[in-house]
Ligand binder design. Structure first.
Ligand code: SF4
Ligand code: MSK
Length: 653
């Protein structure tokens, strides 16, 4: 028991780890013990990009290195430890940008198909957002139909992926000062694919071998994700599936139902999940489930696909990244339906211990040993039904012990940046003014974006919870996405009542007045673009400087594991945000590269990286940065003076 407690702080996870051990089933936590991380690769000191290598260039431990020894510590081609670390880092950025970009491209293709009437079942759900996008992109509105407008919007945004020159259109959303800085530094991205391709080329053997230059083009590639691929995905998903509004739901393995056909949809893209949410309510499908002896169909999400359907349909979440195999261990999961990204190959082996069917649905993501049933967007309803039928057919195959942990929590999700606008300012004067005012008067000390994954090398969920509790205790409003948001939701911090229990007095007062939790769920990893938009809205509202880097704000990914997290971190830094990562950091093997990321980038971008595995210390760094920005804005005194008298309470209301 003590052993399992160290692996996770989540009681449902601990219970399922014990069951997996009883069942003789090996899961990710076991594999993390038997497969040790390579310390040389972890620090960025291994290069394997050509067949003269892999070359390992670690800093010698326990002895001072002479300049001569350092000079000779190179790969076979002569590449220095700095070049190797920077090249590895830039390649991670390119991979993350490619993942988000390809998601964005697929959404754009579907959006165009829906506008042409070639994807029945998908339609324009948020007309207002469509018209706003049309205005922004210069598309004629007049008396044209939504589909005609959407077709133009879709074509313009699809062209952003293959654009060869100029600048990405959505860069214009950033504060003017930020745009000018990107142009001056030569890091304003031209086209999404172009930046990814150029980064891959420049990091090929024998091309760009200046570590500063490599990190710089890495920034351009990352910006092509944050203000390009990810932002396009979020915008078009909102138009097609609806912009999220606050929604109540539940989270953790306890949302599974032992009497129903349990189906989990796992991955990142919402197209199939949206359709499954619809067809799982179809009386014909429910009857089919009953004909197999089940009480009905229970659909839940996992990882970011879960966030997508949670925000728009209130569908429950079964868990975050490290829980994907544990849902199978319950013995009650008929099918895990996966699309793309963050799907561990291990789920196929775990499924062999039980009766669960693993169904891959995307041509880009197949797994040996899984059943592949391709989801056809052009025939979405029938296609989703046939996938669901395969899950239902598996219900009679249940065998062995069924044990669903009696652990779940309530949560409120769906805080798009538009919703924050309405909630704070009211329907008739929607604005970020109240947020800015409460930051200026000191009730809210600042804002922190805490995002990212779980990592089997560190105690599951612990760093997320410890960091966020410390931040809100110090009156920092926390906004979240991805698996980090799920960690806080499971711990019960995403309900309005959490403000009185966990938040400092100023933040608690604002949350109680507005009726929001102290920790806001903004969506999936792709929706970190919503955080960029929220930060920009705060700048444009006035009173907190004229660039994102002036805001009393910080970012963190305390349990990151994915390359996408590095891309997100880099686009935050290049947008002016101080960003702290935990677990490990892939450049610590090179002092020069780390210094460039942890110090010099602040002079260039106004934002920089930090690495701090202790979540309390990381929170302290974030608060220190927020206080530094408050001082620079001249609003540090307001916070010292803040007293909650009746007049101020009335003014809040
Ligand atoms: Fe080694 Fe250079 Fe080849 Fe990298 S590119 S593997 S450092 S020889
Ligand atoms: S799902 S990228 S483990 S947050 Fe977006 Fe979670 Fe990280 Fe995947």
């Amino acid at each position: 028991m003590a052993e399992e407690t160290k692996k996770s702080i989540d009681p449902a996870t601990i219970q399922m780890l014990e069951k997996a051990a009883r069942d003789g089933c090996r899961v990710v936590f076991d594999r993390a013990e038997s497969t040790k991380a390579c310390p040389i690769g972890a620090e960025g000191n291994c290069c394997s990009i050509c067949a003269m290598g892999p070359c390992r260039v670690p800093v010698p431990k326990g002895r001072e290195e002479t300049p001569e020894q350092k000079k000779n510590r190179t790969g076979v081609c002569g590449a220095t430890a700095e070049t190797i670390a920077a090249r590895n880092f830039a390649r991670k950025i390119a991979a993350g940008a490619a993942a988000h970009g390809d998601h964005g491209r697929k959404v754009t293709d579907m959006f165009i198909a829906a506008a042409k009437g070639e994807a029945p079942g998908y339609e324009i759900k948020d007309e207002q957002k469509l018209l706003q996008l049309a205005l922004e992109l210069g598309v004629t509105i007049g008396d044209r139909s939504n589909n005609e407008i959407a077709l133009d919007v879709g074509e313009i945004l699809r062209a952003e992926f293959g654009k060869q020159e100029g600048e990405l259109l959505m860069l214009k959303r950033a504060p003017l000062k930020r745009q000018e800085l990107w142009r001056k530094l030569g890091i304003a991205p031209r086209g999404i694919d172009r930046e990814i391709v150029e980064t891959m080329h420049r990091t090929h053997m024998g091309v760009d071998q200046d570590y500063q230059d490599l990190l710089h083009i890495g920034s351009r590639c990352a910006l092509a994700d944050g203000w390009g691929g990810s932002m396009i995905a979020t915008e078009l998903q909102d138009v097609m599936f609806g912009t999220p509004t606050p929604t109540h739901s539940q989270i953790n393995l306890g949302v599974m139902d032992k009497d129903a056909v349990n189906v989990i949809i796992h991955g990142h893209e919402p197209a199939l999940a949206e359709m499954l949410a619809v067809v799982s309510q179809d009386p014909e499908m429910i009857e089919y489930a009953k004909s197999k002896g089940a009480s009905g169909i229970n659909l839940a999400g996992m990882c970011c696909t879960a966030n997508e359907v949670l925000m728009r349909h209130g569908l429950p979440i079964a868990g975050n990244f490290l829980q994907q195999e544990l849902a199978i261990v319950t013995g009650a999961l008929e099918a895990m339906i996966v699309d793309v990204q963050c799907i561990m190959q291990g789920i196929v082996d775990v499924a062999q211990c039980y009766h669960t069917k693993i169904i891959t649905t995307d041509a880009r993501a197949k797994i040996q040993g899984a059943t592949h049933i391709e989801f056809i967007e052009h025939d979405a309803i029938e296609s989703a039904k046939s996938i669901l039928r395969a899950a239902i057919d598996n219900f009679p195959n249940r065998s062995g012990e069924v044990l669903i942990p009696d652990v779940k929590a309530d949560l409120i999700a769906g805080f798009s940046h538009e919703t924050i606008n309405y909630l704070l300012g009211g329907m008739y004067r929607a604005s970020y003014r109240p947020l800015n005012d409460n930051i200026i008067n000191g009730r809210i000390r600042g804002v922190a974006g805490v995002v990212g994954c779980n990592n089997a090398r560190t105690t599951h969920d612990d760093a997320h919870l410890t960091m966020v509790k410390e931040l809100i205790k110090n009156d920092v409003l926390v906004i979240q996405t991805g698996c980090s948001a799920m960690a806080l939701a499971k711990a019960g911090l995403m309900v309005p009542e959490a403000a009185a229990l966990y938040a400092g007095p100023g933040l608690a007062e604002v949350c109680e007045t507005v009726g929001i939790p102290p920790v806001l769920h903004l969506g999936a990893c792709i929706d970190n673009s919503r955080i960029l938009m929220a930060a920009t809205a705060m700048v444009k509202e006035g009173g907190l400087g004229d660039d994102i880097s002036d805001l009393p704000a910080a970012g963190a990914a305390p349990e990151w594991m994915s390359e996408k997290a590095i891309t997100i971190g880099q686009y935050f830094v290049a947008s002016g945000v101080f960003t702290v990562f935990g677990v490990n950091f892939p450049t610590t093997g090179s002092k020069e590269v780390s210094d460039f990321l942890f110090k010099d980038m602040e002079d260039m971008y106004g934002g920089k990286w930090a690495f701090e595995p202790d979540p309390l210390e990381a929170a302290r760094l974030m608060i220190e940065h927020i206080d530094k920005k408050r001082k620079a804005l001249g609003i540090d005194k307001a916070r010292e003076r803040v007293l909650y008298d009746m007049a101020m309470r009335r003014e809040l209301e």
